[in-house]
Design a protein around this ligand. Structure first.
Ligand SMILES: NC(=O)c1ccc[n+]([C@@H]2O[C@H](COP(=O)([O-])OP(=O)(O)OC[C@H]3O[C@@H](n4cnc5c(N)ncnc54)[C@H](OP(=O)(O)O)[C@@H]3O)[C@@H](O)[C@H]2O)c1
Length: 264
């Protein structure tokens, strides 16, 4: 059983915990990495772009913990296994896994090439990447016997059909990610591993800078809170889900989107 908190002292602290974050080198993943580092976690960033990882590690240094990056392509399970061995050799047992790495494409199904390259690229990263990492690090958590926490970054696009951009592979893989979260919460609860998802809406990252100005305005106008989110705000929610305060929280999908899905 995961012990409940008895007071609020350190209820939101991640001191002494090790967090593995895929795609923690930039964007939303870096927001999660810095939020977790600020409340005491040591961080392992798994990604492909080493130069960007070095920049991220240099920024995390201000928080005074242990921060390292490891090469990993989440679409390739062997690469995930190699990264898991390297991470545990460096950090020991891990406590938190954040499946954040993701990609997208903006094309209608009938306009895709005959190999459906866009479909498979997105599904292999956003859904299968999450599955690979959960398989590999879930086993490590189970075998260590200390429990753990897995956070899957999906999207509010898992609930809606986005009018501004055609993106069926993205929406489909994120919807599957939500239900994978439900299934894993049930399968892994007996090992004291909690599994939750965060479904962000539009967040200011490199990805969202490609949104044309007219669409940007439309989206902001649709949103009850009137603005894009920031990575640190998603990071704050991830901190809560990973913290002792959330000891009784599993199998949930937490939407953080300024209310967009209510009014789009
Ligand atoms: N931005 C938004 O508005 C928004 C909204 C809802 C949900 N999300 C979700 O949030 C997550 C992060 O999005 P973002 O906006 O921060 O995107 P981003 O700036 O484009 O960053 C994508 C991240 O994923 C990593 N990645 C992609 N493919 C990978 C692979 N095969 N193996 C390992 N790492 C891989 C990238 O690492 P490299 O740099 O090494 O390539 C990068 O760190 C995604 O799952 C996305 O769907 C974003």
């Amino acid at each position: 059983m995961i012990k409940p908190i008895t007071n609020m002292k350190d209820a939101f602290s991640l001191k002494g915990q090790v967090a593995v974050i895929t795609g923690g080198n930039r964007g939303l993943g870096f927001g999660i990495a810095s939020a977790m580092a600020e409340v005491g976690a040591d961080i392992a960033i798994l990604c492909r772009d080493r130069a960007k990882a070095e920049e991220a590690l240099a920024e995390l240094a201000q928080f005074g913990g242990k921060y390292k990056s490891f090469d990993c392509d989440v679409t390739n399970i062997k690469s995930c296994m190699a990264a898991a061995e390297a991470v545990t050799a460096e950090f020991g047992d891990i406590d938190i896994l954040v499946n954040n790495a993701g990609t997208s494409c903006f094309s209608e199904l009938l306009d895709m090439d005959e190999e459906l390259s866009d479909w498979y690229k997105v599904l292999n990263t956003d859904l299968n990447g999450m599955v690979h990492m959960t398989y590999v690090f879930g086993k490590k958590m189970r075998d260590a016997g200390k429990g753990g926490c897995i956070i899957n970054i999906t999207s509010n696009a898992s609930f809606i059909v986005n009018k501004t951009q055609p993106m069926s592979p993205y929406s489909s893989s994120k919807a599957a990610g939500n239900h994978f979260t439900h299934c894993m919460a049930c399968e892994l609860g007996k090992y004291n591993i909690r599994v939750n998802a965060i479904a962000p809406g539009f967040v200011n990252t490199e990805l969202s800078r490609f949104i044309p100005a007219d669409q940007f305005e439309y989206i902001n106008n649709q949103m009850p809170l009137g603005r894009f989110g920031e990575s640190i705000e998603v990071g704050a929610l991830a901190v809560y889900l990973a913290s002792p305060a959330a000891a009784q929280v599993t199998g949930t999908v937490q939407v953080i989107d300024g209310g967009y899905i209510l009014s789009c």
